[in-house]
Design a protein. Sequence first.
Length: 127
Amino acid sequence: MNKSFELSSTFFIVGRVLIGIYFLLPGISKVFLFSDNLNIVIINEVPFPTFSLSIIAITQIVCGIWIIFGKNLKASSLSLVITTLLINFFIHDFWNLNGSPEQAHELQNFVKNLGILAGLLILSKER
C-alpha cells in the first residue's frame, strides 16, 4: 500500500476523531450543566431557550459520536455546520458588544468557529 495513502488515511481518522470530540464534550457539558448553559442562552435571547439548548446538546452528542466512528459523516457534519452557525450568531455575537472587554474574546470564538465550520464542510464531502 502507498505510504502517502496510509498517512492520508491516518490524518483523516485523527482529524475526524478530534472534531468529533470537539462537539461531543461540549454537548455532554450542556447536559450536566444545563441550568448554567440555559442562563447563557436566555441572556443571549435565543428563541425557545430550553428547547433550543436541548436540541443543540443532543445534536452535538449524537453527531460528535457519529463523526468519531465515521458514521453518517455528511448528515452529521452538515447538522453541526448549522449548529455552529446558530451558536456563532446567537452566542458569539461580538457585534453587539461595542466597547465591552468581552468583544475581543467573542470575536476570537466567532472566528475559531469559522475554522471549525470549514473543517465540517470538508468532512461532509468525504466518501
